[in-house]
Design a binder for this molecule. Sequence first.
Ligand code: IMP
Length: 190
Amino acid sequence: MKLVFATHNQNKLVEVRLLVPAHIELLSLIDIGCNEDIPETSDTLEGNAILKTRYIKEKYGYDCFADDTGLEVLALNNSPGVYSARYAGPTKDAQANISKLLSELKGITNRDARFITAIALKINDTDKLFLGICNGSITNSPRGKSGFGYDPIFKPKGFNRTFAQMSIQQKIEIGHRGKAIRLLIDFLSE
Ligand code: IMP
């Protein structure tokens, strides 16, 4: 089975490749010659994931899946949520996003947060959605060098390390993306 993972994010690709079984041939956007940015204009994670799969199916004809992820911080009314990538501006700069989040949380003791990954799958004429949630909290300062995005300031519940202080293998075992991808894989093997 050939399946495109509709992302330009190499970090997401590395994480997902760790879980996808060998009988599924996982293609990246580069593999299919898609270099353009796929519009993400929805105001929900699910909506954006669906937009990406629809775009790839219509333009390139491949069965595919797409991930849209957001970080919800309880004390900030679940912001940045679906706007996580552009939280500190249109350049989608991870350091700037982290700095802005830490400054918004200055002096706030409730640091509860969660990552949510929505995965849309488009296969033959079927559309499916899978959700993965990881509860945790925002640290007072960045820790660790692994991962990407908000990983240096997100500590999953029950752990004393941030995602950026874990191996990719461990992050995918306990994290939001791993949970959603495992649901996708279960569906595909039914
Ligand atoms: P998107 O799903 O690529 O739109 O990501 C939205 C924002 O969340 C971007 O700023 C990403 O860097 C960040 N992000 C997505 N997934 C993760 C993750 O697994 N860990 C940390 N940050 C993430």
